[in-house]
Design a protein. Structure first.
Length: 354
């Protein structure tokens, strides 16, 4: 009882009252009744003031600190949600609470981040297992069929070996894409910046896709009023990878006959590159997730069209390494437009390189 706020207040008040009464007793002419009244007044006022001070400034804060420390010991961070962020104060007790609150908040953020990483790890392992399983099982099926006797038939042998080779090519492509993303995230891949003509680079990419585009009856075109040279300052090989992924995706999800268009908007300091298609479009709920690894819109349909589900993730990482982002605007049934920006380059230097 003595160590509660009221007990300590009573002891201090009695001490103050005794000292006050003792001093008054030294004054000539002070009666005993006056000393008793002075004692009671000193005790009452001191007790009231000290108890309120202790209760509001010390014991209440100490109890809250104890409660917070108890919750921390139990790894219970719910008190963070119950209390608003503490403002700066000169009260040492409140400053201790501020430190505890800051510490708990940082731990809560770490826990939330670890939970997200754990969920991402589980999802990633499931996706990788699924993606690896498909080409491996396909190749196994073709090879074991040949070993079971189909190898004697030359027509079947060549057909199945080609299919097995195609499955293994898909597996190699998946592994290579995973390695590329891993290196980009760890910073192992260094960008080699240079001035180059991105218009000419896009023409080279169009030439590589020409046969596939003709087969699908898709025209690969440029927008009107594009200058003869569009020079940017970036890593040429990486930007080629970005454009190839975006153009390949546009062709993949565009029904024939149709067009895939690349456009350039040249500004004072930057060049904005657009890749437009008139394909299936992307639903609004999927737009925020299409740059995640292995994420596919309408997975069953996407699976039939091939690919590893890593193309847009690679695009995002490459452009982030360039200090830029990729944007997308899409309307279901009308098509999609992907865009990104690159800094302008020096035309003379680009001419010398070419």
């Amino acid at each position: 009882m003595l160590f509660t706020s009221r007990g300590v207040a009573a002891l201090l008040s009695i001490s103050i009252s005794i000292v006050t009464t003792a001093f008054l007793s030294l004054v000539n002419g002070v009666s005993i009744d006056a000393l008793v009244v002075a004692f009671l007044i000193a005790f009452g006022s001191s007790y009231l003031l000290i108890s309120i001070t202790f209760e509001s400034l010390i014991f209440k804060e100490v109890n809250q600190i104890y409660s917070m420390l108890s919750d921390l010991k139990k790894n219970d961070f719910e008190f963070i949600k119950k209390h608003k962020k503490y403002k700066k104060s000169r009260n040492p007790m409140k400053r201790v609470k501020q430190e505890i609150y800051s510490y708990a908040s940082s731990k809560q953020r770490e826990i939330d981040e670890l939970k997200k990483l754990e969920a991402f790890r589980r999802e990633f392992l499931a996706d990788v297992s699924h993606e690896l399983k498909t080409p491996i099982f396909a190749a196994q099926g073709f090879i074991y069929t040949l070993l079971d006797g189909a190898v004697e038939d030359e027509t079947v042998r060549v057909k199945f070996l080609k299919r097995a080779g195609k499955s293994l090519d898909g597996l190699a492509n998946l592994v290579q894409n995973l390695l590329s993303i891993s290196r980009m995230e760890s910073g192992d891949i260094q960008l080699e910046f240079e001035d180059f003509d991105i218009y000419k680079l896009t023409q080279e990419i169009y030439e590589q896709f020409e046969a596939k585009a003709e087969k699908k009856q898709i025209k690969l075109i440029f927008s009107e009023e594009i200058p003869d040279k569009v020079v940017v300052f970036a890593d040429r090989q990486r930007i080629m990878q970005v454009l190839m992924n975006l153009i390949s995706n546009a062709m993949k999800y565009t029904e024939s006959p149709s067009e895939v268009e690349v456009d350039f908007k040249v500004g004072e300091k930057e060049v904005t590159i657009y890749v437009k298609d008139t394909g299936l479009g992307i639903p609004p709920e999927d737009l925020k997730r299409i740059f995640e690894r292995f994420y596919r819109v309408e997975k069953s349909r996407s699976k039939d069209k091939g690919g590893t589900g890593l193309g847009l993730a690679i695009v995002r990482h490459i452009l982030q390494a360039h200090g830029n982002t990729v944007s997308v605007v899409s309307t279901v049934g009308k098509g999609s437009t992907f865009s990104f920006k690159l800094p302008k380059g020096e035309v003379k230097q680009a001419l010398e390189i070419e």
